[in-house]
Structure formats: structure tokens, C-alpha cells
Design a protein around this ligand. Structure first.
Ligand SMILES: O=C(O)C(=O)C[C@H](O)[C@H](O)COP(=O)(O)O
Length: 202
């Protein structure tokens, strides 16, 4: 199964306290979402990935903000099941590929997307989605780039997600709105319920 088909929404988490990781992942799961991207932006991120991988095996946990080659190996060793990059450099792509994990490489322009397609990637993160042109941009590139599907991320909300998911070249969306408060499992579960009910191509 492709990364874009795991869930209509991939929750993107910035975690400051690794103790929040397992309750957060369980709350997402109760809400119907079995995937989470933990951004490598905080010192707690790798520990959070380790904890989710060990204690919530039903959930597919990945590492986001992979912006340096060493992040890829560290994420693999922590138990990440996939890698997400906000942009794509040769070094980061090489290190990510070396892990053998599924990779969702980031692109914001047609040229970047074409370069990734040349390397064999057909599923890309479109980042920063809202700032880079949002729904109209993705709709415009569907014609010339029919072989590519995207996970737009960046500035997407519960309100704007359905507009993205209705596009033929969007498989899922990423966003931090479900876990804006990583310490509030009830709120996370409720947001996950709503997000899980959204469907690509709805
Ligand atoms: O860290 C990364 O790898 C990123 O590419 C950035 C994140 O995907 C966005 O920060 C999530 O966007 P928001 O939903 O607007 O918070």
C-alpha cells in the first residue's frame, strides 16, 4: 500500500515531551487514524518515534523534517516506518533511500516535482501547500504531471482539507491541526474522528 493511501490525513506532530507520544498515538488510533509523522524538530522527536514504534505497533510512525543525511539513519534506528522531507536535496534523498524506508520527498515547484519523477518518485509531499499555491496550483499541474500524486502539507486546516482531497492528484493531506496540543488526547481523538471521515477524491 502506498503512503498516500494509509489515511486521508497524516497528522504532523511537533513533540516537546516524549511522554506525550504514546497517549497521542493512541488517541489518534481511537479516532481512526493509524499513522503519524513526528517532525525531527525537537530533541524529544527520536525518543517519541521510539516509544510509538515500541508501544503502539498498530500505528505507522514516520519521521518528518528530514533535512540532513544523518536524520535518515537516526530515524531508521529509532523505528520510523517512513521518512518525509520538506524539500529534496541529493544528499538527503540519497541518505533516505539508503535506509530502505518508504520516502515522501518534498517539492514545491513543477521543476522539483519533475526532478523527483526522474529519480523514480511518483508520490510527493507538496510543501508549503497553502503558501506555494494551494488547491489551484495542484489543479493546474495535474494535466502536465499526470503520473504524480501529492500529499500537500503546510497551512492546511480541517476546513481546507476537503478541497485538497477532492483533487485527482492528491492522495492525502498532512497537517498539524489534529495535534496542535500534544498533551490533550481527548481533543486529538475528536479531531482524528473528523479527519478519518474525510476521503480522497470525495
Ligand atoms: O517539518 C516538516 O517536514 C515540514 O515540512 C513542515 C510540516 O509539514 C508543516 O509544518 C506542517 O504544516 P502545518 O500543518 O501548517 O503546521
Amino acid at each position: 500500500m502506498s503512503l498516500l493511501d494509509v489515511s486521508p490525513v497524516v497528522p504532523v506532530v511537533v513533540i516537546e515531551d516524549a511522554a506525550h507520544a504514546v497517549p497521542l498515538a493512541r488517541a489518534l488510533l481511537r479516532g481512526g487514524i493509524g499513522v503519524v509523522e513526528v517532525t525531527l524538530r525537537t530533541p524529544a522527536a527520536l525518543e517519541a518515534i521510539r516509544a510509538i514504534a515500541a508501544e503502539v505497533p498498530e500505528t505507522l510512525v514516520g519521521a518528518g523534517t528530514v533535512t540532513a543525511p544523518e536524520h535518515a539513519k537516526a530515524a531508521l534506528e529509532a523505528g520510523a516506518g517512513f521518512l518525509v522531507t520538506p524539500g529534496s536535496t541529493d544528499l538527503v534523498l540519497g541518505a533516505a533511500a539508503d535506509t530502505g524506508l518508504p520516502v515522501l520527498p518534498g517539492a514545491a515547484t513543477v521543476t522539483e516535482a519533475m526532478r523527483l519523477a526522474e529519480r523514480g518518485y511518483t508520490e510527493l509531499k507538496f510543501f508549503p501547500a497553502e503558501a506555494a499555491g494551494g488547491v489551484p496550483y495542484l489543479r493546474s499541474i495535474a494535466g502536465p504531471l499526470p503520473g504524480l500524486r501529492f500529499c500537500p502539507t503546510g497551512g492546511i486546516s480541517a476546513a481546507s482539507a476537503p478541497g485538497y482531497l477532492a483533487l485527482p492528484n492528491v492522495g492525502c493531506v498532512g497537517g498539524s491541526w489534529l495535534t496542535a496540543d500534544p498533551a490533550d488526547p481527548a481533543k486529538i481523538e475528536a479531531a482524528a474522528h473528523l479527519a478519518a471521515a474525510l476521503r480522497a477524491d470525495a
